[in-house]
Unconditional design. Structure first.
Length: 752
């Protein structure tokens, strides 16, 4: 009989051990990530007392796929529009935390005498808090609906995004082994160029494709298409010099803007869980007890660095973002751990061969310790604030606590600022699209035309045809670059406000026009041998013709509207199905009042009761603003509205009121049926004897259903089948009836 491949044997060992260990960790109410790491340690060659994985290389290959799918799923849960709606506060907090913790990590590494690359990668690892672990801790502690938890999750989303950028930057640094400013700037420009290009093209093209085949796609096909797009983008990302994980994340963020995003997320989740488990198991396989014992002191010092560093710098960063001292301390203390992205960064360093072998197990050990301490750090924030409040002068405490009240959430921008910002964004985006279109035409179309029209005489015809096609392709982009925002409200207001504004406004049009002429000049210079003066004249004439062309104007507007529609498709779908949260959420007058969502459990004791009977306002001080049921929203439900299992309640209240409401929601449940085996329904025959209490009674009078919880299904009269028992028929001696019920109920009935 043929032997089983080692890959299957290793996979069986990994999944069995991981399954057993994670069940134990689930019972202990610990994060499953730690269970996977422990499972990886148990099956690793470093553990001599258990069966080990044979082919470690194959496991790491599967782990790389796991990283790709993890980041693809992260992208599906991410939206660039969310970041834009957050405002400057979370961005300020995130950038400050990452900078401070990175520098702190570099300094600690240098204090240990580690190499420069070890210190740089260590700084990146210490800067990344764990979204998974913090979310789980908030959920376990009942804090997920509180306001500070929402702030922390916003910063964690931004951290995950910056972690992707950091991985690309670290790869660039590792490849050159230096930190020259020019190379760093070049890397940043390259990242920004491809990031904008992929997002714009992806959001334009992929929703169109999915919309065109929506009627043909079932769950199976959608899963295959989604993973295919993920892998294709990962391959393309590696071709242009980035990691496969970066490409997978970008594709996930593109699909996050489609109507199918939630459906894809549910379909991909089992795949992500499988490969993600293998990745975290591979992390545990790199843990070496010998290294841990040799580096016990650095591990403990790194743990203290994270705890104290996040508590201090995290609090400071959130205060810079406009939070009060109490809120900032709760946020900062919550982020005192490292997790999955630290492992991914460490894996990147190992794969590039630029960090030492000891650093990976050291970081894993630090992550495990800080993960266990996370709930205690979250609980420690409020007592620490109370102690500070007792010892610091009251004036300082009051000024820090009211810092958020004076912090402007949305400052009124001047017309000039808004106009120039919009023009700059449009110019950058359309310049990137134009550059990409020219590059594609010169890379693929031009060689094809030259092969189609060979020979020196036809060479110029090939160049001319390619040039004309290229100009027609980029014409809508150039027109939008020059003309867009020239009739905006800001432009009109500034033009009418003062004559002094008119010359600068005309200058903005000329600058964008010169950029458009520059692209035409580049095309002519690449394909012809004309003089510079002639090429400039051609560029000016072409741009003027583009501006006055009605066909190009119509094409440009159509493309832009289609892009905006694709970008808003998920929001439109959310509005149609009642999923979008109300606009007034950010305008509540009391800063302690906000909106949270609670789902009614399937075993809730509230189901079937009206809002009047439940009396939430009197009991908990909260208000039910909306109820989401079956994809439909019921706004401002009245007192007669009945609550059903699975309803999502949108609640207005404070953190303290939410805590009381959530506790009641979890407490007032029927609980799990621990004796499910006794719920089996059985069929029994019952003969009515002379001494039976049922003789002379009707079915209703007998109480068989109400008292004994049983049901008469038929009367045996010697026929081939049972006769239906009429409710008004009275039981007689000798009747043979068939009864259905649970075993205990049947026993009570038979012995009555």
């Amino acid at each position: 009989m043929a032997e089983l491949p080692t890959l299957i044997e290793d996979l069986a060992l990994i999944l069995v051990v991981a399954g057993v260990v994670t069940l134990i960790f689930k019972r202990l109410k610990q994060p499953l990530v730690l269970g996977y790491i422990v499972a990886g340690f148990l099956v690793s060659p470093n553990m001599p007392y258990t069966t080990s994985v044979v082919d470690v290389g194959n496991v790491h290959l599967w782990a790389d796929i796991g990283v790709m799918f993890l980041l693809f799923s992260l992208g599906l849960d991410f939206s660039f529009k969310k970041i834009l709606r957050m405002g400057a506060s979370p961005i300020i907090s995130t950038c400050t935390i990452i900078f401070c913790m990175s520098m702190l990590g570099v300094c600690v590494g240098q204090a240990f005498g580690w190499s420069k690359m070890d210190c740089i990668f260590l700084g990146g690892m210490l800067a990344m808090s764990s979204t998974t672990i913090i979310y789980k801790a908030f959920d376990d502690l009942g804090l997920r609906q509180q306001q500070f938890a929402g702030l922390v999750m916003s910063v964690l989303i931004l951290e995950d995004i910056l972690a992707i950028v950091m991985m690309v930057m670290l790869s660039a640094v590792a490849s050159g082994n230096d930190l020259e400013g020019g190379q760093m700037i070049q890397s940043v420009i390259k990242i920004a160029f491809f990031l904008i290009l992929w997002l714009v093209v992806g959001i334009f093209a992929i929703p169109l494709f999915l919309r065109s085949v929506r009627r043909l796609i079932n769950n199976e096909v959608l899963l295959v298409v989604s993973l295919g797009l993920c892998c294709a983008m990962a391959v393309f990302s590696t071709k242009v010099g980035f990691s496969s994980a970066f490409g997978a994340f970008i594709m996930g963020s593109i699909l996050a803007e489609t109507v199918e995003a939630e459906r894809i997320e549910k379909l991909v989740e089992p795949v992500k869980n499988l490969f993600g488990a293998i990745f975290f198991v591979s992390v545990g396989m790199l843990v070496d007890p010998v290294i841990l014992s040799d580096y016990a002191l650095p591990i403990l010092l790194l743990v203290l660095t994270i705890l104290v560093g996040q508590a201090v710098f995290g609090t400071f960063s959130f205060m810079l973002g406009g939070e009060s001292l109490k809120s900032a301390m709760r946020c900062g203390f919550s982020m005192a751990q490292i997790g999955e992205f630290s492992f991914i960064i460490a894996s990147l360093g190992l794969s590039l061969g630029v960090i030492s072998d000891f650093l990976y197990p050291v970081v894993v050990a630090v992550s495990v310790i800080t993960t266990f301490l996370t709930p205690y750090m979250i609980r420690l924030a409020t007592p620490t604030y109370n102690r500070l409040e007792r010892h610091l002068p009251k004036k300082i405490i009051l000024s820090l606590n009211h810092l958020s009240m004076s912090h402007q959430q949305s400052q009124q921008q001047s017309n000039w600022k808004r106009l120039l910002k919009q023009m700059a964004v449009n110019t950058v985006v359309y310049s990137i699209l134009t550059s990409a279109a020219i590059a594609l035409m010169f890379t693929f179309v031009l060689p094809f035309m030259r092969r189609l029209l060979p020979g020196w005489e036809l060479h110029w015809y090939a160049n001319a045809i390619t040039g004309i096609l290229t100009v027609l392709l980029i014409a809508p982009f150039l027109r939008a670059m020059v003309m867009k925002k020239n009739r905006s409200e800001e432009f009109k207001a500034l033009w009418a406000e003062s004559n002094r504004n008119r010359l600068p406004l005309i200058f903005t049009i000329l600058v964008r026009g010169l950029i458009a002429v520059g692209f035409i000049f580049y095309i002519c210079n690449y394909l012809t041998r004309f003089t510079n003066a002639l090429m400039i004249c051609i560029g000016v004439l072409v741009v003027v013709g583009i501006i006055f062309s009605r066909w190009i104007k119509h094409r440009s507007i159509t493309l832009e509207r289609l892009f905006i529609q694709n970008l808003r498709s998920r929001d439109i779908e959310a509005q149609v199905h009642g999923k979008k949260r109300p606009l007034y959420e950010g305008r509540l007058l009391d800063r302690d009042i906000h909106i949270a969502e609670f789902e009614v459990p399937s075993d809730s004791q509230w189901m079937g009761q009206t809002l009047k009977q439940l009396n939430f306002g009197q009991k908990y001080g909260i208000h039910i603003s909306s109820v989401l049921r079956g994809g439909r929203r019921e706004n401002i439900p009245d007192g007669d509205y009945v609550i059903f299992p699975g309803d999502t309640l949108q609640v207005i209240g404070s953190d303290a009121q939410f805590t009381a409401f959530r506790d009641a929601l979890e407490r007032e449940r029927f609980g799990e049926d621990t004796e499910v085996e006794k719920r089996e329904m059985k069929l029994r025959q019952l003969v009515i004897g002379a001494d039976s209490p049922f003789v002379g009674k009707t079915l209703i009078e007998s109480g068989i259903r109400d008292v004994y919880s049983c049901m008469v299904v038929g009367l045996e009269e010697g026929k081939e089948s049972l006769s239906a028992y009429r409710p008004n028929r009275r039981f007689q001696e000798g009747d043979i009836i068939w009864v259905v019920g649970e075993q205990e109920s049947l026993d009570a009935l038979l012995h009555s």
